[in-house]
Write a protein that binds this ligand. Sequence first.
Ligand SMILES: [Zn+2]
Length: 158
Amino acid sequence: MFRFETDRALIESFRPRDRRVIEMPEGITFPLFVRDYLAWTETSGARVYLIFSAPGSRKPIGIIFRREPPGGEPATRMCDWCHNSGASHEVGLLTTDVDNRRRVGVTLCVDLRCREKLEDAADRDGRHPLEVVERLNARMFRFAQEALGIEPSPQPAV
Ligand SMILES: [Zn+2]
């Protein structure tokens, strides 16, 4: 759970390297309260933005993914975060820069609407959606930490 007072605060949740070109989500107003995470797709469809916070933290973490065009045979893939399966236009490879030389990829729902899918499934099974959404959040953070080296809060200076 976190909130943004201004668009500038939202932009600052992204890494400095990602801040140059950011397309804001349509119809967004500030202050903005985010319950779980915020995800939106660029009008061009080329990039997908994600802002979430580490479990137990209120510091937002922003990641910009690039959608990789599905190549080869049409195939059904499974999202690494919500475990829903879909055709290549629904679940596909999203990549993000680690640094200037390296990119990492992860197979995800291309619109990052994992929460809605998990909540729907939880409703159908009569489970409380909070638990599954927390697990989703933990998977997002594990990716940020393991693939990009993002920590939940700045390390204290030594
Ligand atoms: Zn998903």
